[in-house]
Each structure stands twice: as C-alpha cells, then as structure tokens.
Design a protein around this ligand. Structure first.
Ligand code: SAM
Ligand code: SF4
Length: 368
C-alpha cells in the first residue's frame, strides 16, 4: 500500500476509503505525502460541499462554568480568570451586526451552566435573535451538557445546530483529562449527543488533537466515531496549552510546547481535517481558531485541507481576552469588522469564496 495508490481512488459514491487505508494515511509524516493528502481532500471538498466557506460569527457570551475540565482556561477552579456575562443588549447587538454584515449564522458559546435561570435565559435569547431582520440568521448553540428538555426548548425557540465535542473517544484518556466525578462522565457526553439528534438538531462534535497520551490510533477511532454517530458537523482543533490548568502544567513539564511539539500538533490537526473529509465527504468541517493559535496561517491551511466552516469571533472587544481557553488566543485585540476583513482575505487567498447570507447547512444532514 502506498499513499499515491490510495489517493488514486475516486472516492465518489460507494468508493470509500477503507479503515486500513485511513489508518495508513494517519501515520504518514512525509511532507510530500501530506501535501498530496491535503490536495486530494480539497478536491473531495469541491466535489461534495463546494469551495465555499460559511461563517458562523462566534459570540462568547459568558465564561462562568460549573465544570473543571483539566485543559480549559475558564474551568471553575481557575480563580485567575475574571468572570463576565455579556450584557443581553450587547449579545443582540452583535447578532444584529452579523445579520447586517451578511453572515449566514452565529454561534452562541459559553461555559456550562444547567440551572433553570440559565436555560430560560438562553431560550429567550434564541427567540429574540430569531426576530432580527427576516429571521434567517442561523443559530448554532455550544453551551455544553444539558437535559433533553432543555435541548428541545432550544430547537423550538429556533436554534438549528449544536456543537458538543466528545473531546476524545478514548474513554481512558477522557477520564484522564477530566476530574473523575459524575459531573464529567464520558457516558453522559455520549447520551447528550444522542439526545441532540433526537430533538432534531444538526449535531456537531469533535476532538482536541495532540493531547498528551493521545495516539494516531485514537484519532482514527475518533473519525470512525463521527461516522458511527452519523455526525453532521465537525469542530476539532489542536490542543493548545493554557498554563494555569492542570493539563497545561503537565504538558509543559512533558515539553509538549516545544517548537517541534507545536509543529506536530499543527500537522496532526490538518491531517485530521483532510482525512475526515476523505472519509466522510459531505459533512461540515470547521477550521478552528486553535489552529491559528499555533500557526498564523492555520485557518487558511485548514480550508485548503478540506474544511468549509469558519467561526470568526464577534464577541465585543471588552470581553475577548477574558474568554481565554488557551494561551496565545488569536484576535483578542481585534473587533468584529477587522476580523471579518482579515478572514475574508484569508478565504480568498486559497481560492475559496464566502457564503454570504447563506446558512450553510450540513449537506450530510440534508440527505438524512
Ligand atoms: N462549555 C461548553 C463545552 O465544553 O462544550 C462550550 C464551550 S468550551 C470552551 C468549547 C470547547 O473549547 C471545548 O469543547 C474544548 O474542546 C475547547 N477547549 C477548551 N480548552 C481547550 C484547550 N486548551 N485547547 C483546545 N481546545 C480547548
Ligand atoms: Fe467549562 Fe466547556 Fe471549559 Fe469544560 S471546556 S471547563 S465545560 S467551558
């Protein structure tokens, strides 16, 4: 088996990449082979979802969180984080800005809270945002593990997509990067993904790539999980160290943040995008901000390797630096206008165009 033999496959219709081929490609590190994989993934993207990048304006509306994930800068026990809740009017104003600037959709993201007041607040917020303009602004939710009833209320209010990462499908690794308690259960995460599907959301998930202890075999299993769970959208990116977290401290002690370590995670991140595109073909795949945290050209490289979704941050400048999941978060000193122009130049630089005003629903979901 060679890379060029595998890439000669048409990958149309039932002509799929086999699991053995996927495993073989995941272990490639030769730059010429990787470039060939990215090129093929771009062709498969063009054929299956077009060379259009869809924007989901990201509003990070609160960094309060009841959880304590060991990798995340806004975890409950990080008392160095200054907590904020964006004012309701500011959230609506940013959603209006997205609509006025022809974004097809927004993503509402925050730390996790499950109290009734939070769920009521979010549901009302979705309703108000759906009243903007002609009501066409798509809403993706990313507010963690909630009850099925809460998810249903969000769909009824007008949200159509939900992003809940599995983080890693290796249960042991999941348990290592989360506290061992009922609040951080792998089984609950899976149950939530199933509940999201039942209530009618387009379901998005994803993993962190290059976690300490994670292997190439784990990453292959992550892609198989996307297939088996019939996932519509994938939001995955490299793990990025936050120095004030338990996992960040451990990763720094292991030397994971050396230049070599960063290059490996960028390479793995791009390879995951490309192989997910080759294997699943018609799903939406995001080129995430975390890619850019490790490589200034990370997001355009992600598009060139098969991604078709971008999530420009439109959070008001006042709060950007406080929503710090990891070190070196890009765009913290920018505003929404600057991010829009900068990203649009990046999209055009690789020959894609922006899907202005278009919702960019997952074609995979459309076929179900
Ligand atoms: N609280 C919600 C949740 O966990 O689903 C939504 C917000 S959470 C900040 C969104 C995602 O940020 C997580 O799913 C996780 O993968 C990612 N994240 C957190 N810390 C990270 C880190 N150090 N490196 C890369 N991604 C990280
Ligand atoms: Fe909270 Fe999400 Fe961060 Fe976990 S990843 S600590 S749930 S914001």
């Amino acid at each position: 088996m060679t890379v060029s033999e595998i890439l000669r496959k048409d990958l149309a219709g039932a002509d799929m990449l086999t699991v053995e081929e996927l495993r073989f490609l995941m272990n490639c590190t030769d730059q010429a082979d990787l470039d060939a994989i990215y090129k093929k993934a771009y062709e498969v993207k063009a054929r299956n979802v077009d060379t259009v990048a869809y924007y989901r304006g990201l509003i990070e509306f609160s960094n309060r969180c009841i959880k304590n994930c060991k990798y995340c800068g806004i975890r409950r026990e990080n008392d160095k984080t200054e907590r904020f809740d964006m004012k309701r009017d500011d959230i609506i104003r940013m959603a209006q800005w997205a609509y006025d600037h022809e974004y097809g959709s927004i993503t509402l993201q925050s730390g996790e809270r499950t109290d009734d007041a939070f769920v009521d607040y979010v549901v009302e917020l979705i309703r108000d945002i759906k009243r903007i303009g002609d009501g066409s602004l798509g809403i993706t939710m990313c507010v963690g593990e909630q009850s099925e009833e809460a998810y249903r209320r969000m769909v009824d209010a007008g949200a159509s997509r939900y992003l809940l990462r599995i983080e890693t499908t290796n249960r042991n690794l999941y348990e290592t990067i989360h506290p061992k308690d009922a609040m951080h259960s792998f089984d609950t995460r899976i149950a939530c993904l199933k509940a999201l599907r039942r209530v009618g959301f387009q379901v998005g998930t994803g993993v962190m790539i290059g976690l300490p202890g994670q292997t190439e075999e784990d990453l292959v299993n992550d892609i198989l999980f996307y297939r088996d769970m019939d996932i519509d959208m994938i939001g995955m990116g490299p793990y990025v160290v936050h120095h004030d977290t338990p996992l960040g401290q451990q990763a720094l002690a292991m030397g994971i943040d050396s230049e070599e370590g960063k290059l490996r995670r960028i390479q793995l991140g791009l390879k995951m995008i490309a192989l997910t595109r080759l294997f699943l073909k018609d799903v939406n795949i995001a080129a995430t901000t975390a890619l850019q945290a490790l490589d200034p050209l990370g997001r355009e490289k992600g598009l060139a390797a098969g991604a078709n979704i971008l999530m420009p941050i439109i959070t008001i400048p006042e709060h950007r630096a406080k929503y710090l999941l990891y070190d070196n978060k890009p765009c913290v000193d920018d505003n929404a206008d600057k991010c829009k122009d900068c990203l649009t130049r990046r999209v055009m630089s690789i020959g894609d165009r922006v899907g202005w005003k278009q919702n960019g629903d997952s074609r995979h979901f459309g076929k179900r």
